[in-house]
Every structure is written in C-alpha cells, then in structure tokens.
Design a protein. Structure first.
Lengths: 238, 238
DNA sequence: AGATTCTGTGACAAAGTGTGTCGGCGGCCG
DNA sequence: CGGCCGCCGACACACTTTGTCACAGAATCT
C-alpha cells in the first residue's frame, strides 16, 4: 500500500508555501497548503492530513493557538516553523504540543528528515480525542466509531470490513455533499487515485449491498453521474 | 468533462476588469464581471460561480462587507484585491473570510497561480450553508434536495438521472424567468455551451416526459421561442 | 505454513448523456 | 396568403460513465 503521507503547509507567505511544497512533492509526499487557520480547517475537513507544518506567525489566529486547538481535538503530528530569533518559542511550541520544531531558515534536507522522523514515531493514534461523536445515526442504522461496528435498529450487527467502515465513515461525516473518487480515496484510504481507479466503485457497491434496503435502487448513497457519490440520508451525531 | 471554472471579477475600474478578464480567459477560465455589489449579486443569481475576485474599494457597498455577506451564505471561494499601501487590510480581509489576498499591482502569473491554488483546495461543494430550502413544491411534485429525489403527491418517487435533477433544480430555483441555454448549461452542468449545443433541449425533453401531464403540451416548462425556457409553475420553498 | 478474508483490477452489461438527423412549427417577407 | 428560413421536438445512435461479477494477489488470522 503506497500511501504517500499527506502534508499540510500552513504559512501566510506564498513563497514559503511554494518552496516547501515543491521540495516535499519532489520527495513523493502529497501536499496541501493554507494561508491561515481558517483555510487550514477547510483543508482538514476535506482531506485526511498526516502531518502539519505550522508557521508560528500567522495573521488572525496565530500558530500557537492553532497548535493548541489542533492538539485539543486531533492527534495529528505538528512541526512548528519559526522565523530566526524566536528561539525562545521553542519551549512554548513544544509545550503547546508540537512534535518538533524547526527554525527558519532551514534546508529542505533537514525538513524532510524531521518529517520522516515524526511520521515514523507518530504512528500513534490519530484518533481525535475530543468532542468527536461516539456514533452516528442514519436511516435505520447506527455506526459505532469506537467499536467500528454497524448496528441495525433491530440490534443486529452487520459486519463491515475495514475498508467498508472507513468509506462509510467518510460519507457519514460529510452528508449531502458530492464527493468525487479522489476525495473518497483520500478520506477513506489516505491515498491518491491512480488512472482508471475503480476501487471506490467496487467498495460503494459492496457497501450498498449491506446498508441499502434495495441495493439496485440506492437511497442512501446516490451516484452523481460524472461527479462521484453523495450520502443523502440525514445523519445525526451523538 | 471540460468544466472550466467560472470566475467573477468585481471591480469598479473598467480597465482592471478588462485586463484581468483577458488574462483569465486566455488561461481557459470562464469569466464574468461586475462593477459593484448589486451587479455581483445579479451575476450570481444567473450563473454558477466558482470563485470571486473582489476589489476592496468599491462604490456603494464596500468589498469587506460584501465579503462578509458572501461568506455568511455561500461558501464560494474569494480572493481579495487591494490597492498597494493597504497592507493593513490583509488581516481584516482574511478575517472577513477571504481565502487569499493579493495586493495591486500584481502580475497575471501570480494571480493565476493563486486562483488555481484556491480552487484546488476549495474542491468542495459550493453548497450554501445558510437557510437553503430542504425541498421545493410545484404542481403535483415535491423536489427533495437532500435526497436528490422527485416525489409525486401520491407518494411515488420518480427516478431522475443526475442531469435531470440538476436541470430541474436550476429551474425550480429561478421560476418565472426566461433562462437561455447558456445559463441553463452553466447552472446545471457548470460548463459553457459549445457551438450548436443541443444537449439542453434533449434534457428538457426528457424532463418533460417525467414531470408534465402531457409532454406534448408542456405546462410547467414552457419554451420561449428564440430565447430559452421558462419554468412557469408556482414554486414554494419549504 | 495453510486457510480465510479482504481488496483492487479487468471484463462486460447497463445506464446516462450529447450529437446528428429529420421533420414540424413559428415568425418573417413579399 | 404562401413560401422561406431558422428554431425546436423527437428519436436513434455513439460514446462515456457506472454497476457488478469473477478472480487473483495481498493481508490477516490460526
């Protein structure tokens, strides 16, 4: 499984974003960028991020408070970046929960080494810790996140494979939205699509067989021709 | 699927509009322009916009308040443009919810790079967040947006294809208005018409077969000779 | 290691969409 | 009033996208 890690660069300077982005892409990472905290949250809502490079100085919400709030509800590894002369902040940064710290200017070699190191050690649960719903309800189903189980209203547990569960979770967390195959693959498998990738179709088909009343006339996961799929059932979080 | 993104330029200076417009068209984007907030809303009501370039200084309603109100009810990506020397406004702009910020003068290369970056990350649905109706009623039908279903008053669900649903939705959101083929194609498919494009006619024909009592004598979707089509049934939002 | 489950790929069928053609109808002009 | 021109409706067809199945390699379990 060649799951290239997905790195998110958060920095308000475009030159930095582009420079770092190019360096990481060349190393085989998948990269997204954001100029501020708001953009960062947006990216995180739409894709599965493995590690965040976070600039200390940001317009609006600054890096430290972002770091703290990230730590509060998502164990995603963070590497803090700071302008030189802000050495003092190292301690603060690490105390805020960053996994590593890198003062600018830094070489791409050093950055990449640290990223790999953090990723290797950060195999930890990226299980969000805070206010994530314990389970979701939709149609006549309850999806139990902790137990990774799908339970029907009559109490029967329908077994889901790992892939089916991850895909269903991706859907359930983003109902009423058209998700294309790339996004689904990223969200559910953490990897990018190869050309003519039909694996999502197959998984959707398998999932429908288990959750739809009539798999031939799906009501919960609808196909958007040329666009992807949409989870159309109403979802309630608990 | 050549779904060229549709960019809306909002600036009161004609030269800027023309200049930027030409640059974007050359890059393959579809472009609309507006000189002020009122014109902007009009364009947005008539077409599906993927991204807005918004000048900070505008006559009447200024860019910042426009930005805020856009953010309030339509997650459309925004890039703010400002005259030089207004650096201070960057923070304000981003806090108001702009996705990026570009001080004048800027090169077209830089502008295009930022547009692509924002579009890439803003892959998401431009699903307005605010008070969108859950469903629309007309004639003897109910169109359920979340479920993407068309239900007759007797409770029977009539299956619509993706294209039929999107077209019907475009109509239902703009009843009693003449919509030409370009607009319909833009609203329902997000693309521009190619020469001698008859696809809308075909889709209207298919749609009529499903919703009209007598498809040969349509009462709901009327043809405007030489102009397009009009959704003539009364629509109520719920 | 052997058995079992899971997942992605290829193949083929089915559905959705757009283009082309033909014929009809509306509007325009004499 | 009649004929011409251009626009629209309907249909057939080609092409694209999706559904599903079988199967093989990968992963996991025993």
């Amino acid at each position: 499984m060649t799951a290239a890690p997905h790195i998110l660069i958060v920095d308000d300077h475009r030159e930095i974003r582009d420079l770092v982005s190019r360096a990481l892409v060349k190393e085989g990472f998948r990269v997204s960028t954001a100029a501020d905290g708001r953009a960062m949250r947006k990216v995180m809502a739409d894709s599965r991020i493995d590690l965040i490079l976070l600039d200390l100085m940001l317009p609006g919400e600054d890096g430290l408070s972002l770091c703290r709030s990230l730590r509060a509800d998502s164990g995603i590894p963070i590497i803090m970046l700071t302008a030189k002369g802000e050495e003092i902040d190292r301690v603060v940064g690490l105390e805020m929960g960053a996994d590593d710290y890198l003062p600018k200017p830094f070489g791409s070699r050093e950055l990449i080494a640290r990223i790999r190191a953090v990723l290797r050690r950060g195999q930890r649960s990226d299980q969000p810790k805070a206010d994530k719903p314990v389970h979701y309800r939709f149609d006549r189903w309850r999806l139990d996140i902790a137990a990774r189980e799908l339970v029907r209203d009559d109490g029967v547990t329908v077994p889901l494979s790992t892939g089916e569960f991850d895909l269903l979770l991706a859907f359930v967390e983003r109902p009423q939205r058209v998700l294309n195959r790339d996004q689904l693959l990223d969200l559910a498998r953490g990897r990018a699509a190869s050309t003519f990738d039909r694996s999502i179709d197959t998984q959707v088909s398998r999932l429908r067989k288990k959750i739809e009343r009539d798999p031939a006339d799906p009501k919960i996961i609808k196909t958007v021709w040329g666009g992807g799929y949409t989870f159309t059932a109403a979802v309630s979080r608990e």
